[in-house]
Design a binder for this molecule. Structure first.
Ligand code: SF4
Ligand code: SF4
Length: 156
């Protein structure tokens, strides 16, 4: 299932304590650290984002955000897309979205396999799936997708 990041920036808004710039080593290059894993990395501001990055107004007003985050029109984007840490590249806030049997958007599932829905019928099916999987197979993205798909829902 393809995940498309909408570049809302939400996932990076509280990363200021976790992605830290240690020192500047070039006009647009920084030694940085991903604190949670202790991984040091060399961050180069993407060529097409150097102008955005140079304007520090927004980041001064948002000290909790990752220092490499900047607003761009109606998006809030990472300025080191090419050199960001592996966990940033792999991150997906939404694992999959669910449509009801009649094709309406019914909910979505986030990275911890948590269901977000206001549709009671989908909630019921999901809970049924959780109960079924407590006896095996293991609760996983694949098994829950297979279960709710068998009830007519579409996962995408
Ligand atoms: S991964 Fe999700 S929360 Fe983060 S920027 Fe993309 S859409 Fe927004
Ligand atoms: S490096 Fe980029 S993707 Fe990672 S937290 Fe910072 S802004 Fe977000």
């Amino acid at each position: 299932m393809a995940f498309v990041c909408r570049q809302c920036g939400e996932c990076c808004m509280s990363m200021g304590d976790y992605i830290v710039i240690e020192r500047q080593v070039g006009p647009y290059s920084f030694e940085a650290c991903s604190v949670s894993t202790g991984t040091e990395f060399l961050a180069h501001i993407d060529k097409d984002k150097q102008g955005l990055f140079a304007d520090g107004t927004w980041i001064r007003d948002h000290p909790g955000a990752c220092p490499f985050l900047r607003p761009s029109g109606d998006r809030v984007i990472c300025c080191i897309h090419e050199t960001s840490p592996a966990q940033c590249k792999a991150y997906r806030c939404v694992v999959f979205r669910i449509r009801s049997p009649d094709g309406r958007p019914a909910g979505y599932v986030t990275g911890t396999l948590a269901l977000h829905t206001s549709d009671p019928a989908l909630r019921e099916v999901w809970e049924e799936g959780e109960k079924a999987m407590a006896k095996g197979p293991v609760f996983s993205e694949e098994s829950i997708v297979s279960f709710i798909s068998s009830r007519g829902y579409t996962c995408e």
